[in-house]
Design a binder for this molecule. Structure first.
Ligand code: AMP
Ligand code: GLY
Length: 423
């Protein structure tokens, strides 16, 4: 079988490595992929948002199955376009990807169907929004409606920050059209959990839970990033909480989408906060999370490609999805300075014995050498019998990877370790 994966980051590398385990796979194409995946997939220089070119390529190459991993092409209708050309694909259609593409849509969906989430107001007028944030409780959370590279959420701990956020998003167009509407919502507190789930619109199978580390610096200090590391499973997510989430959040969400005529097929990502009033939805994503995927898929014992194809064909109920009862930790090695300014073009060396644990994101081939070409350069994952084992082995592997100005947090998983000890 010829497989095509749309996207080019660490998440896509993790998907590609897992799909490769299927014996029927003869070739995997990555569009565009990155230089660090060249030994696992054939790189095709087509961008993830170039929908027409993606479809053309798939048809000409005779692709048997496509995986559309990032949010942008899903929201732009990549799966719809592939299906129209007769190519089966993993991921939601555009009318369901809106669950991530528009925060106004997802908040209104949750309100309409009684799915627990932070209280909120929607504004499409800057003056009304300013009037509101001048009096609302602080801290407050301001979210641009549309996609904003994960940067469209501002937690304002001072009123000035809230006012400035409204001005920069709605008046100065910081996120372009994504900020034409905003959501202003209640600030929630509690441990955060990421749960990815396979769903074909009828059956929903949650994957092992995980914990992201979004801040740039140790101790959860510094700026928000795309994610500096993950561990799985998330110790805060107990079986009892999982049951509550299934009943009050997961199944009601797929039911709500069906009732809206927007059946969701693919990977639905639930960003949850475990508040003292119970689990609440912080955000939905219409795709695998990054870097959650880099700890979730290494624990998957079932055949990923088979599960994905069952999801697309509506046969998920006939599929077994098993995860190892082990622990995984992924440490992201970034370019120093990320998420702000950083230098690139430095050669990356990876000891051969750790190559299979590395998921490359921001790197490219330059005259045959792999060099850093992005903020988050690569993720290093280890699986262990205990969380401690997974963490220490992941950090030991990081020591076998070198590039100038490499930076990584030194405390990935520490909070989870404390939670396991009951602190
Ligand atoms: P997002 O880009 O939607 O993942 O949001 C980024 C981060 O902002 C989340 O991971 C949370 O830590 C935080 N966040 C989002 N919404 C809220 C909220 N209502 N209350 C507290 N924190 C939030
Ligand atoms: N790790 C968060 C995300 O993928 O959006």
């Amino acid at each position: 079988m010829k497989i095509m994966v749309v996207g080019g980051g660490g998440r896509e590398h993790a998907i590609i490595k897992k799909i490769k385990e299927n014996k029927n796979v003869t070739e995997i194409f990555a569009l565009p992929g990155n230089g660090g995946m060249a030994s696992d997939a054939t790189l095709v220089p087509i961008g993830a948002k170039e929908i027409d070119k993606i479809v053309d390529f798939a048809v000409k190459e005779g692709i048997d199955y496509a995986v559309v991993a990032p949010d942008d092409p899903l929201v732009l209708g990549c799966v719809d376009a592939l299906e129209a050309a007769g190519i089966s694909a993993f991921g939601p259609r555009a009318n369901a990807a809106i669950i991530e593409g528009s925060k106004v849509f997802s908040k209104n969906l949750m309100k309409k169907y009684g799915i627990p989430t932070a209280a909120y107001e929607v504004f499409d007028n800057a003056e009304a929004a300013l009037e509101y944030v001048k009096n609302c409780p602080i801290p407050t959370v301001i979210k641009a409606d549309g996609l904003a590279l994960g940067k469209g959420v501002i937690i304002a701990t001072e009123r000035d920050e809230a006012v400035n956020a409204v001005i920069s998003i709605m008046k100065e167009g910081k996120f372009g059209a994504s900020g034409n509407s905003i959501v202003v919502e209640e600030f929630l507190e509690g441990p955060e959990v990421s749960v990815l789930a396979f769903t074909d619109g009828k059956t929903l199978i949650p994957m092992v839970s995980s914990m992201d580390h979004k801040r740039a610096l140790d101790g959860d200090e510094g700026l928000n990033t795309g994610g500096m590391g993950t561990i799985a499973p998330n110790p805060y997510y107990t079986d009892d909480i999982a049951d509550v989430c299934m009943k009050t959040i997961f199944l009601p969400t797929i039911d709500a989408m069906n009732r809206e005529g927007r059946s969701f097929k693919g990977c639905l990502y639930f960003g949850l906060m475990l508040t003292k009033d119970g689990p609440k939805v912080i955000e939905y994503n219409c795709r695998f999370g990054d870097p959650e995927t880099q700890v979730v898929l290494p624990l998957l014992e079932s055949d990923l490609l088979e599960v994905m194809m069952a999801t697309s064909s509506g046969n998920l109920d006939k599929c077994e999805v098993k995860f190892a009862k082990k622990h995984a930790c992924c440490v992201i090695m970034a370019s120093k300075g990320y998420p702000e300014k950083y230098e690139s073009g430095y050669e990356i060396t990876i000891s051969p014995e750790v190559l299979s644990s590395v998921y490359v994101a921001g790197a490219k081939l330059d005259g045959g050498k792999l060099v850093n070409a992005g903020g988050r350069v690569l993720g290093v994952t280890a699986v262990g019998e205990t969380l401690e084992d997974a963490i220490s082995s992941s950090y030991a592997k990081c020591k076998k990877i070198h590039f100038e100005n490499a930076y990584y947090r030194s405390d990935i998983g520490e909070r989870a370790k404390k939670a396991l000890k009951g602190d």
